[in-house]
Design a protein. Structure first.
Length: 305
């Protein structure tokens, strides 16, 4: 049994930043995630404020020069003269850079999936692959369907999630983002250009749609978008927390010996469903809270503040 000060489950932006900051403060941190390297299903849009929090260079980021907004009734295009407003990245590249920061700061990466969690005598025991670790604090940064949230709080209901479904379209090189507002089901479509391909998808509330419906909306748009028409597509789909004000008030982001970060805590923009900034910020807040006399209270207050 390996003993740590904190065990962070999930090495995406929230978990990597928390592990980085905790390690820099002298804590011994286990960072547990068996999915890297991987291309996380995501549009890949990183806002300027998220870039400033990340503290890493973004290799291969695309800078877009205009945004196009569409609906069934109208279409409008706007220039984006400020390159720092939005950058489009591969999540493999971005998340790998964040993970590297955490490891360089001293975090111990355990590249395995968590198979069991238990708590006794003020410490968590986490089994991952062939290894077992213990720690007084468990940080869940493993997404909306992750094992930590299910263990310490409760799963999200279907009405608290959005479904995002789309495709990577290879061989397309454009410098514009496209946002299309969708009437049925209510939601929106995005097209973000990456190096060598587009990331295109549609999202709407999970209790109003299905992945098949979302894929159909995306495919129909792609068929009419000249740069992508006829190009090979690689499909993806994933859930995104999508909480209304009442659901946010019912959330409990921390408790005795645990905290939930990023998507696992439902920390996503309620309109755009953008979560990278909130993931990074929650990782920083969690690390700072663990230096407080009452970490759960401190984290809850700063997240709600």
């Amino acid at each position: 049994m390996e003993a740590f000060d904190a065990a962070v489950v999930g090495a995406g932006p929230a978990g990597a930043i928390a592990a980085r900051d905790l390690s820099r403060s002298g804590a011994r941190v286990a960072l547990i995630d068996g999915s890297h390297p991987r291309e996380k299903p995501c549009g890949g849009g990183v806002t300027g404020r998220a870039v400033s929090l990340a503290g890493v260079g973004i290799d291969g980021a695309r800078v877009v020069d205009r945004a196009v907004f569409e609906s069934s009734a109208a279409r409008a295009a706007f220039p984006l003269p400020d390159a720092d407003v939005l950058r489009i990245v591969s999540r493999d590249v971005f998340d790998r850079a964040l993970l590297r920061q955490a490891i360089e700061a001293g975090a111990t990466l355990i590249p395995a999936r968590v198979t069991r969690l238990s708590r006794a005598d003020g410490r968590w025991t986490i089994a991952a692959g062939v290894r077992s670790v213990s720690a007084p604090w468990l940080l869940g940064a493993d997404g909306p369907s992750g094992v930590v949230r299910k263990q310490v709080f409760r799963p999200f209901g279907r009405g608290q999630l959005s479904i995002a479904a789309g495709s990577y379209v290879d061989g397309v090189d454009v410098a514009e983002i496209v946002i299309r507002f969708v009437d049925r089901p209510r939601g929106y479509l995005w097209s973000f250009p990456r190096r060598g391909h587009l990331a295109v998808g549609t999202c709407a509330q999970a209790d109003e749609t299905t992945p098949a419906q979302m894929h159909a909306v995306t495919d129909q748009w792609l068929d009419g978008y000249a740069p992508a028409a006829g190009r090979p597509r690689r499909r993806y789909a994933w859930p995104i927390p999508s909480l209304d004000a009442a659901a946010v008030e019912r959330e409990v982001p921390a408790g005795e010996g645990w905290m939930l970060l990023g998507d696992a805590a439902g920390l996503v923009d309620p309109i755009t469903r953008e979560g990278i900034f909130f993931a990074l910020r929650s990782g920083m807040l969690a690390a700072a809270a663990l230096r407080d006399r009452d970490p759960a209270r401190a984290y809850t207050e700063t997240v709600r503040g």
